[in-house]
Design a protein around this ligand. Structure first.
Ligand SMILES: [Zn+2]
Length: 148
């Protein structure tokens, strides 16, 4: 994500992050999760980052090619399509969403592994339709979610 690498390199404490999404966007993600139940669902979040405020502008719903209740994979083709679409819209891929239909909205060990490769905000929903957001810095930290 833009803006963070300079601070990291200098060893400064990174500016605190916040994820902003609209009620409608939350609804889209929760509906996506419900329509994929009992399997995990996934999506890319397009948006902008400014001074630590990550604002979701668009959502790219993806297919979980694992068809699994405990894992998800977005195919390389769909990832490429997602990144191209973000670029066309002059937005960044600021987050990855997936659902935990049967557990808490906390990153699993597998999630943590992939958070290393995909250092964006990870948004996870649980079966109670609650959203939580995380980012991996030196450890996984929770990012406040603001619904507007
Ligand atoms: Zn997960």
């Amino acid at each position: 994500m833009r803006g963070s690498s300079v601070d990291d390199r200098k060893g400064y404490r990174r500016i605190s992050l916040e994820l902003v999404l609209t009620k409608k966007q939350k609804e889209i993600l929760i509906n996506h999760a419900q329509s994929n139940f009992p399997n995990e669902s996934c999506a890319l979040l397009f948006g902008t980052e400014e001074s630590g405020t990550c604002t979701v502008m668009d959502i790219f719903l993806a297919k979980n090619t694992d068809d699994s209740p405990i894992n998800f994979t977005i195919s390389n083709e769909e990832l490429l399509q997602g990144y191209q679409e973000a670029e066309q819209k002059k937005l960044d891929v600021i987050g990855i969403f997936h659902s935990h239909p049967h557990s808490e909205a906390i990153p699993s060990l597998t999630d943590k592994k992939f958070m290393v490769i995909n250092p964006v905000i990870w948004v996870i929903s649980n079966k109670h339709d609650e959203l939580r957001a995380y980012i991996l810095e030196s450890s996984v930290i929770q990012v406040p979610v603001k619904i507007v």
